[in-house]
Write a protein that binds this ligand. Structure first.
Ligand SMILES: C[S@@+](CC[C@H](N)C(=O)[O-])C[C@H]1O[C@@H](n2cnc3c(N)ncnc32)[C@H](O)[C@@H]1O
Length: 487
């Protein structure tokens, strides 16, 4: 591990739980515009005002009244008095924290030096206890019409938890290669050597790639001109197995110097077990393209979760925080109250994780998932773990359920874990027709979950329990699992 990393580790372990810190009452780093960059407020009408924070938005921004406007101030805490910069951007009002005049005792020094520039984390200025309290209150409020949520499952060491990271590469104004994450609300890259929620091994690899690019002719892709080669690097780490996948996302399939690159990376990082080239020629914010080529290794990694082994492809979904996932899945299976006889549907099943864990306690499991690669992984995973009572199908979960209901088929338990947008009416109305005794709804977006719970509770189901899980510490995101019973 590099010296830089040790230093920073010390920083975040030292501060994460304390209330207050040296930044108390001082302006955060985001204040003065940086050299070489235009000031953020040039050409915009901006004013400085003093405000008092009265609450938090669901994204963790401070709420403050200014004249007749309700402002949302990033990094401000309830009770704090602060100077803010208010700028008008067309119809939108942009607010930036300039200086905290009176700090809350819940404020801590964010351990990450890039925190105020980067949009990745939003809550590092809150102590761990305050973050938990903020998430609990948000879920309690949202779920009020349904049931009282249980106390949130927090994480003991809420850093270094991500098993998947994306690094974007580009050139700075001095034509030097930079690599890191995007600045908040922009496509400017912050040149960073670590992100405190990433797996440190992934950041070491991303830094080696940056050094390699600086020494060779490997060019980062330029979004404006369409020239250059490397767009992003996606790294997946098997936290238990130690296997590591590196995916170079490039704008072209022509990889000049491929052999030298692979040789250098394998020599410097023998922990990399597979490397792929993914070609993304599209001009979108979607990271991965359709074309994929294995550069070495088997093209997938394997990891252990809840005592089972899972093979994971580059494009398949796999929960990003395995420590908290085990708690989440444990709760979901407990809520399903399986006796060994039930037919369980694992809808939006990804690589089959929840369904395969449930299969040990169920009669049989039917998994459905849209992503082809993930379904292949799920079938392989079921064989790998000797599971004989699970089947996996590729397709839209809504259509699959409609067809099942039309055929008059039955299910005892539906476990559903849709993407952030939630489920849809086709799916939910078919659940109502299939009449499972229980529905266990896992969600990474409690707002869409609350919308879908409203549908199900209006159509014969009752919410019997809600468990929030802090799956994404330092960010405002929360995972929840809800248990619904029929009748
Ligand atoms: C939040 S992930 C959950 C995956 C899995 N349950 C897990 O815990 O790893 C949501 C999954 O839904 C899949 N998905 C998205 N839209 C879908 C649809 N319309 N029908 C079926 N699956 C879908 C995604 O590909 C993704 O794998």
């Amino acid at each position: 591990m590099s010296k830089r990393k040790n230093k920073s580790k010390k920083r975040h372990q030292g501060n994460a739980n304390k209330g207050g810190g040296p930044n108390k009452g001082k302006a955060p780093r985001s204040g003065p515009p940086k050299k070489g960059k235009p000031p953020r407020h040039r050409g915009q009408k901006s004013v400085t005002a003093e405000v008092t924070c009265t609450g938090l938005t669901h994204e963790g921004k401070g709420i403050a009244q200014w004249k007749n406007e309700k402002l949302e101030v990033p990094h401000l805490l309830p009770g704090e008095r602060a100077e803010v910069i208010i700028s008008q951007k067309g119809k939108f009002t942009d607010v930036e924290l300039k200086h905290v005049i009176e700090a809350s005792k819940e404020r801590v020094d964010p351990p990450c030096p890039y925190y105020y520039e980067c949009g990745g984390c939003q809550l590092q200025h809150m102590s761990n206890a305050t973050q938990a309290d903020f998430k609990q209150q948000a879920i309690n409020e949202l779920m009020k019409p349904f049931a009282k949520p249980a106390p949130i499952f927090t994480m003991e060491h809420p850093y270094d938890y991500r098993n998947k990271s994306h690094t974007t590469y580009g050139m700075n104004h001095k034509r030097q290669v930079v690599g890191g994450l995007y600045e908040q609300n922009s496509h400017d890259i912050i040149d960073m050597d670590q992100c405190l929620i990433h797996d440190p091994k992934a950041d070491d690899i991303a830094n080696t790639i940056k050094e390699y690019m600086r020494k060779t002719k490997m060019q980062p892709y330029n979004e404006d001109t369409g020239h250059g080669f490397l767009r992003h690097v996606l790294i997946k780490v098997g936290k238990v197995s130690g296997e590591i996948m590196v995916v170079l996302v490039a704008a072209s399939s022509e990889f000049k110097g491929k052999n030298n690159f692979v040789k250098t990376m394998r020599k410097g990082h023998p922990e990399i077990t597979t490397m792929l080239l993914n070609v993304n020629k599209r001009d979108t914010s979607v990271v991965l393209g359709d074309q994929e080529k294995v550069l070495f290794g088997k093209g997938t990694i394997t990891d252990t979760l809840c005592g089972l082994e899972f093979e994971i492809s580059a494009k398949s979904f796999y929960q990003i925080n395995p420590v908290q996932t085990e708690k989440l899945y444990g709760k979901a299976i407990e809520m399903a109250e399986l006796s060994g006889k039930e037919t369980v549907i694992d809808a939006y099943c990804g690589i089959g994780t929840i369904g395969l864990v449930a299969s040990k306690k169920a009669g049989n499991v039917i998994g459905v998932e849209l992503n082809k690669d993930a379904v292949k992984d799920a079938i392989r995973n079921s064989k790998r773990n000797g599971v004989t009572n699970a089947r996996f199908y590729q397709g839209d979960a809504g259509k699959f359920m409609v067809d099942m209901a039309a055929r008059g088929e039955k299910a005892d338990v539906v476990i559903m874990d849709p993407p952030r947008s939630g489920s849809d009416e086709a799916f939910l109305s078919s659940v109502v027709k299939l009449k499972p005794e229980k529905v266990v709804y896992v969600s990474c977006n409690p707002e869409t979950q609350a919308r879908d719970l409203e549908y199900l509770t209006k159509n014969g189901y009752k919410v019997e329990g809600i468990q929030p899980v802090d799956m994404f510490p330092q960010t405002y995101h929360v995972e929840t699992v809800a248990k619904l019973v029929r009748g």
